[in-house]
Write a protein that binds this ligand. Sequence first.
Ligand code: PLP
Length: 462
Amino acid sequence: MRYISTRGTAPSLSFEEAMLTGLARDGGLYVPETIPQLSHDDIAAMAGQSYEEVAFTVMRPFIGDTFTDAEFRDLIAKAYADFGHDSRAPLKELAPNHFLLELFHGPTLAFKDFAMQLIGQMFQLALGRKGERVTIVGATSGDTGSAAIEAFRGLANVDVVILYPHGRVSEVQRRQMTTPVERNVHALAVDGDFDDCQARLKDMFNDFEFRDGVKLAGVNSINWGRVLAQVVYYFSSAVSLGAPDRKMSFTVPTGNFGDIFAGYIAKKMGLPIDQLVVATNQNDILHRCLSGQGYHKDTVHPSISPSMDIQVSSNFERALFDAYDRDGSAVAQLMAELGQGGFDVSQGAAQALSENYTSGRASEEETSATITDMLGRSGEILCPHSAVGVKVANEKRDPATPMITLATAHPAKFPDAVEAATGIRPPLPPRMADLYDRAERVTRVANDLEALKTQIKGLIAQ
Ligand SMILES: *Cc1c(COP(=O)(O)O)cnc(C)c1O
């Protein structure tokens, strides 16, 4: 299995190389050259299997000879061992034929743990046997950073530096990033928004002297390994509700388009998916684009679902690559136009996108009202991101087809928004109850490439 860049000019790589690299050297994102297929029988055989067994079947065809079967099974087992629920990703019925897929039972209470815990294990094995050390730099709207720090803290072969937008993450998110004591993990609070953090990260990758000097690696959802790990729960959840003999739909609270793109990959692999619904908050560039209005940047409006406060949705490039029939130069052209503010999507590509995705948005008031309403109706306390999903799912779903809405974070990660909507302040699970008492360690940095490079070189030299 080879991986190619969405901008068409970087060399193709193996799974191991693509995973350890992150962004392609032509600025593009790596995607598999072909999508492996699972047959009806392969999928049917997943019924009754553990999450880990499903994970092995789904991901094995993508990893080539990077790991042996035995190694890969072991990595998967370790990745999910610390999850707080035996089935890893349990389903709850919200209403007839509407299910919530709880993806928040990992160590940092958001779905990012599914990919990050596995990436941590894969990096450790791959780097350890090569005797190499890398510097992982990540940009976060809150949850990627905490999940990455949790997955990599204390590992011998990596330094981890996380850029988050100062003042724009929840206190729980911030504390999860600033309180770990291990010296190989560092939180940087950037004076900017998430798009600034993500743009500076891309600048670092495009600065080859810095990139090669610190052996830069990326674990944002630009990293194919992240997307891949998220394909698994589409299969596990759909099979538990009767797939492949029954079609399912999914609604996914979306920011960077990573999680929903994983659903698209599941569909391409053979999982019978009816609708894939993109749910955005008031930062609705994806909804506008999928409604035929082109992809034009706006400023970020901070919301109560901060992990989706994004305008430049990096994985959307992967969707565009397929929508433009895998024409890397067309994608490179669009991304150049995006640098100037935005672009219009060609008619053919818009048609291709509409065959795979539908979309909706939730305003702040609608998000909050959904949290209140669902508590009354089903007893379920939703985090604001999951509430965006439920609101849009209710608009889009066809009652005859099971709808699975992804619950992307635990409500205790966003206690202020939940309390405002319900009067209930959701408590943290016991294993992190002392989070508010731990000392914080963080460095504030300007939204400036040179300042960031200097900081990072200093931190990893310690
Ligand atoms: C990251 C995140 C999202 C958005 O996921 P993408 O893969 O970036 O679309 C939604 N909800 C929560 C809680 C998140 O942490």
